[in-house]
Each structure stands twice: as C-alpha cells, then as structure tokens.
Design a protein around this ligand. Structure first.
Ligand code: SAM
Length: 280
C-alpha cells in the first residue's frame, strides 16, 4: 500500500512531514482547509491550512502552558475568555481551576469544533461533556473583543498563525480591545510562534503589546509539533508581574507539563530571545 503523509511547510526551506496511517477527514470549511490524520509519531493530528495545530501526544505541553501559566499568575480568576481554541484543549484546562466560574470560548470555525468533538475526545472533553462553566460561541474573535468591556480576568488567545482568519488577532487594535475587555487587574496571553524561526514577528507582537500593557512578558515552552519545538507566548498584564510571582493558591489537579518551577522558569529567556524582543 502507498504510504500517506501530512506536511507542514514551516518555512520556504523547511518542511515537517509525518507519516499518516489513516486520513480520517480531509475537507474545507468556510474558513480553512482541514485534515485529521492518525500518525505513528504524534498520534491523531489536526491540520488547518497546512499548519499542524495539535496532536493527541503533545497537546498537553501546549494547553497546560497557555492556560495554567496565566491562570495561576492571577490570584483569583473568575471569568476567562478563550479566543480560538476550537479543539477544546484550552477550555478543558481552564475549567479545572476551582475559582474559575465562567469560561467563554469564541472560535470562528464551527467545523473545527464539530470535528474535534468527533475525532479528539480527550482534547474536546469539556465541550463534549457540556461542562457547566463553559459557553462555546461560533464567531469572529476580533468582533467579539470589540464588544467586550471590563469583564474578563484572563483572556487566552489560542489562535492559528497570523495568516488567514487569524491575521487580525495580532494587530494593535485587537490588543487595545483586549485591554478594554479585561478588568482593572486582568491579563492576557497569546500563542506567538517560534522565537527562533519567527524573530521579526515575535519582536513586532511584543512591541505592540508593550505599547498598550504596563507589564509585557514573553515565556517559552517546548512543543515538539511546532516549528523548531521552541514556542513562545506573549503576555500583557495590567497588575500582576510573572517575574515576581509567589504561589497564591493550591493546585488541586495533576498536570503533565506544568509545575510551580515552570511557572517561574518559563519566563527566564535565553540571550538571543532577549535580543529578539529588545534588539541589540
Ligand atoms: N494550538 C494551535 C496552534 O498554535 O497552532 C491553535 C489551535 S486552535 C485549533 C486555533 C483556532 O483559531 C482554530 O480553530 C481557528 O478556527 C481559530 N481562529 C482563527 N482565526 C480566528 C478568529 N478571527 N476568531 C476566532 N477564532 C479564530
């Protein structure tokens, strides 16, 4: 039998290709091309517009990093907003915090949500089980943010790359709206690609966020599925600074990646990453 593959063109000169034992879905939604494939190396994978989004084997590294680091920085988060995150992994992690009362998730693509519930039962658990804290909305996160004001404690922008429907989620006007949507001590985080491969992009996003939020920080995590494996997250905060974090409440659930050491060490940046942010 002919072997099948899924490929992400990570740059003009670098591809990551995974052998696929089965293509479970291949089609087009209103917004993007979608593939769901089983692969020996990563398990089941979700691919949007040719970009690897998540996999059953490494998703915990990404979802625990994008959710628990901002949620544990905030001493008492009640209302959480997730923009994107259609696979449901961020929502699954956010509802685990006992102090969190509501989690609102807004993804532009209902097809991603539907396929995730069908093919990624573990990742989409909170959506599938209709967790009472969780409200799932299908809509544009940019428009949603324009309407929100002074309500959220933590906003998590779990978006695709800055091409296609995700492009407007990386602009100064979106960050202004995010600032407005947060309470006076709120904070937000966004996945912002690889500090090794996407240096200019990471620099530009950090500059935009720094111009709006009094505290802006970058942190990294190891995510094997993403370009170079070194991924970063940009944080804008009104009050709480991750560099002076002290444990503020007990973690009463288990994690595979996150721990209290990582809460601190994720913000310790190699010199080349500092240069990406602040220039030489
Ligand atoms: N972990 C992933 C990564 O870094 O590649 C992101 C995963 S999640 C599947 C990304 C989601 O962002 C997709 O489901 C996509 O539909 C959603 N998205 C893209 N643009 C959006 C927008 N403008 N508003 C809301 N959701 C958006």
């Amino acid at each position: 039998m002919m072997k099948q593959y899924v490929t992400e063109h990570q740059s003009k000169h670098l591809d990551l290709t995974a052998e696929a034992t089965r293509i479970l879905f291949q089609g087009k939604s209103e917004f993007q091309d979608i593939i769901v494939a089983d692969t020996p190396e990563f398990g089941r994978m979700l691919v949007l517009d040719g970009v690897f989004q998540t996999s059953d084997k490494d998703e915990f590294m990404y979802h625990e990093s994008i959710v628990h680091i901002p949620l544990f920085l905030h001493p008492h988060p009640k209302h959480v907003l997730i923009i994107g995150g259609g696979d449901g992994g961020s929502a699954r992690e956010a509802v685990r915090h006992a102090c969190v009362e509501t989690v609102t998730m807004v993804d532009i693509d209902g097809k991603v949500i539907e396929l995730s519930k069908q093919y990624f039962p573990a990742i989409s658990k909170a959506m599938r089980e209709k967790n009472p804290k969780l409200t799932v909305k299908v809509g544009d996160g940019i428009a949603f943010m324009q309407e929100a004001e002074n309500f959220y404690d933590v906003i998590i922008v779990d978006c695709s790359d800055p091409v296609g429907p995700g492009e407007g989620l990386f602009t100064s006007s979106f960050y202004q709206d995010t600032y407005k949507a947060l309470k006076e001590d709120g904070l937000f985080v966004q996945q912002t690609e690889s500090p090794f491969m996407h240096r200019q992009l990471v620099h530009d996003i950090f500059s935009r966020v720094s111009a709006i939020f009094p505290i802006s920080r970058l942190y990294t995590a190891y995510i094997p599925l993403y370009p170079t494996g070194m991924h970063c997250f940009t944080m804008g905060s009104k009050t709480y600074d991750p560099l002076t974090w002290q444990p503020n409440r007990k973690r009463d659930f288990s994690t595979q990646y996150y721990n209290e050491g990582i809460q601190r060490s994720a913000f310790v940046l190699p010199n080349f990453v500092k240069d990406v942010l602040y220039g030489k």
